[in-house]
Design a protein around this ligand. Sequence first.
Ligand SMILES: [Zn+2]
Length: 263
Amino acid sequence: MGRFRLSEPAGDLIAWLGLILMASAFLILTMTREPSLPRTSFRYHKKTEPFALVILDPGHGGQDSGAMAGNVLEKDLTFDIAERVDRLLGSQGIPTLLTRTGDSYVSLTDRAKLINRADHAIVVSIHFNDGPRPEASGIETYFAAQRTTGVPGIASWLPFLQKVGNVQPNVESQSLAQFIQEQLVAHTQAINRGTKAEQFYVLANVRHPAVLVEGGFLTNKNEIGKLADANYREQLAVAISDGILKYRDTIKASSDNIDGAGP
Ligand SMILES: [Zn+2]
């Protein structure tokens, strides 16, 4: 066979050194590993944790002011609410990401790209309404009934697979919209305009559960007045944060039940 052979003592030494190395590697691994986490717990954790990141998308920004009522600009309100939700979720230990960090313009395609680069996330886009009639008021939350980016990568050029992606129902988004809408109405006593399906760009072109909150009408005097009050804006933010937490806890509870009922 022509194999190189070590003399007996040298071979023993290497065997011992190998054994010591293995043992110390094992010790280091054991000591640096998070305590009491069995091998399967990460999978379990991933399965029951509905998301690892909340992406907050304050609508408009920069040269795009959105809806306007005198000197009240939609872009300022959306950013104010996003920062409040960011703080509230942070205090619960939930990681967050904002699609814009100040009064800057970020296009819808760039927002979607940023969102799609993230893993295991949910998205809450924040807007304020304007209507043709000054009486229109209340809060509504949108979700996309279908995702247009259902099949990523190589399959996307196959028309029949693309179609499968297109008709994929978006139940997580609908559920998230319902939890948030419920909390918004409970916290603000605003008129409940319900949850609605709409293929808005940031909802339909992202691969995560995504909703869009319309937190009130800037064409309604009463709602402009309420939105000028920081306490009211804080209630809007608390409601969004509570809706997210309830969505998380409900999914966790139902997947725990499924785990419990399993073999
Ligand atoms: Zn808007």
